[in-house]
Write a protein that binds this ligand. Sequence first.
Ligand code: OAD
Length: 251
Amino acid sequence: MHDSGLLRAADMLRSARSVVVLTGAGVSAESGVPTFRDPEEGLWAKYDPMELATIGAFERDPELVTRWYHWRFERCSHCRPNPAHTALALMQQRIETHGGAFALLTQNIDGLHQRAGSTGVVELHGTILTWRCTKTGRHTPMADIDFTSYPVRSEAGGLLRPNVVWFGEMLAPEAVDAAERAVGSCDLFLSVGTSAVVYPAAGYIEQARSIGASTIEVNRDPTPVTAAVDLSLQGLAGEILPQMVQRAFES
Ligand code: OAD
């Protein structure tokens, strides 16, 4: 990590009036939550998304899909927020204290941003912490569900499914509206720990650029947006973000 890049990022952050941060699985990697596209450890290297993360898969084999999401929930619930999550919560607090606007858009379903103290998080792909009845649409917190047998039914008799967005499904309109409003008025956009290949999230950085916002990417590896951003910081989010926030607001 070059010091000059960090200094430039800190300057950009300090002078921005409206900041949008988009996060992906890389932000939770240092907490022990697996990413999707890592060639060895990624979930999609081990499992077929079409057999686990579509409505068709759930209809075909609700037991398998329920087991898999229950397993993922158990894994997430044993993980803790890492310094990247904490830095983003602190970033929000500092920016809002100084009268700026801040929005955190996440593709993650693990709830770790909220556990670190971030507020108003826009969960583009939903959350694993609540499930919903396929018959009534009623939401139930994971903690209240009895997973002693699979699949699980609600009191109304409908199958319970995770409250996440599967491939082929629409994102929640409230989440899309909130994201588009924030992106449409930001002057700094940060893309952190996402491979930037899944839309609509992957398109937000281009939308931000098109209205003249500055763009920063923090990622361990190059992505399709690396060449297009104003500043690319290559490395671990849990190391880069705390330093960026510290230099922007505490030095
Ligand atoms: P990916 O697994 O596609 O990408 C994770 C990114 O994080 C990669 O670019 C890694 O190089 C990077 N990375 C890994 N560890 C990192 C670290 N410690 N610090 C910084 N970067 C790191 O995950 P997403 O981009 O979140 O959707 O994937 C987007 C969507 O595709 C997910 O929400 C999920 C998936 O299929 C659905 O299931 C609908």
